[in-house]
Design a protein around this ligand. Sequence first.
Ligand SMILES: *Cc1c(COP(=O)(O)O)cnc(C)c1O
Length: 430
Amino acid sequence: MFGLENQPYIMFKNSLEFAKKCDASDELASFRNKFHIPKNTAGEELVYLCGNSLGLQPKATSDYIQQELKDWANLGVEGHTEGKNPWLPYHEFLTENMAKIVGAKPSEVVIMNGLTSNLHLMMVSFYQPTSSKYKIVIESDAFPSDKYAMESQLKFHGYNPSEGLILWKPRKGEELCRLEDLEDIMKKNGDEIALLMIGSTNYYSGQSFPLKKITELGHRYNCKVGFDLAHGAGNIQPNLHETGPDFAVWCTYKYLNSGPGSLGGCFVHERHENNKELKRFVGWWGHNKQTRFNMRHKFDVLVGAEGWQLSNPPILSMAAIRASLDTFTEAGFDNLRAKAIKLTGFLEFLVDDLHDDRINIITPRNPEERGCQLSIQVKSADKSLHTQLTEAGVISDWREPDVIRIAPAPLYNSFEDVYHFAERLKKVLN
Ligand SMILES: *Cc1c(COP(=O)(O)O)cnc(C)c1O
C-alpha cells in the first residue's frame, strides 16, 4: 500500500551523517521550529520521543490562548458573540480539520469532554444489552481506563464483569493479537456479544488493528463497534466514515499536541445522526442552537455528533486544539504519515543494528500494522534502564515489566533525534 519496496529510503545507514542527510531532504523538517523542544539544565535540547504520551507545545498555542484571554478581559460575556472568534460556535472552528484527521464527515465529529467521559456517553447510546446479548469484547492489553469503563458499564447494567468482558488475547508466547482469534471469539460467542470496543492502535504494543475488518466482523454478528483512537488520532488514518464503526473516541494531548488534559474527540457514524430514538444522556449544548437560550423548550436534539454535547466547553483548551490543528493541516496528514513510516523505519533499523540479544521489538514489523511507536522489550532490564536513558537526555516512556515505548512524531522529531536515541541506548546497555 505504501510501496515500501520501491522506496530508496529503506537503504538506511547507521551514521549521524546519514541522519543529517535525511533531515536535509525532509520537506517537513521546518515544522520542528514551530514547537517548543524541552531542554536540559545546560540549555541543550532533549531527545523527546514521548509524543504518544504528551505531545509538545506548538509555539503558536500561546497566541491562540492569549486572543481568548484578551476577548474575555475586554468583552466579558459579550465574547460569546462579539469575540474575534465567538465562543458560542467555537467548537465548530475545530470540526472540519479534526474530521480530516480521522477521515470523517464534519457532522460526524465533535470535540468535547475527556476521552473516558466520551466513552461512557457513547456506551449509553451504543451499549444496549439484553439478557441474552450483553457481552463486550476488548483487547486484553487495553488501556486501563478503557477496561475500567467497560467493567463499570457491565456492573451498571447488572452484569458480572468477569463473565461479561471477553478479552481478545495474544496467543501464548506472542505479544500481538491475531484477527483470526477475534473471528473465533465471534464464531463462538457472537450471539451473546453486544459490543466490540477496541483500541485502534494499542498503547502498549503499538499494534494498529485492521479497523475495517473488525467493523465488518462485529456488524456481521449484529454487534455495535467502537474504537478508542487515543493512540490513533494524528498517528494513523482511521478513515472513520468509510471504515464504518458506530462510534469512536480519542484524546488530543498525545499525537495531537493540544496540551495536558485537553478536550477529547468523539465520532458518531452518519447512520445514527438522525436517530432520535437512540438513548442518550443529554445537556443544553446538545439542544437546537436556534432555541438553546429560550430555556423553555422541550429538548430538541441537534443532528449528528454535536447532539451528544452536554456543557458549554472550555474555550482556552479549544484554543490550544485550534492552534494544533492548524499546524497539522498546514503539514498535511498524508505527508506526515509518509515521513512517520520512514522515521520509524529508521528507528527500527538502528535498534536492529545494535544486534543485542536482549532486545525484542514487540511492535509489528509491517508499517501498515503500526503507527509511529516502537515498543522495545529489553529482557531482564528494569526501570533503571529508563532512568539512565532519561539521565542521558532521552525522554521516553517505560511500561512494566521491561518495555520502553519510543514514538518519533513526524511533526517535530528529526532523523537526528532517532539516531541519538539509538546511540544512547547502546551506551546505556553496555
Ligand atoms: C491516553 C489514553 C486514555 C486516557 O484517557 P483520558 O480520559 O483522556 O484520561 C484512555 N484510553 C487510551 C487507550 C489511552 O491511550
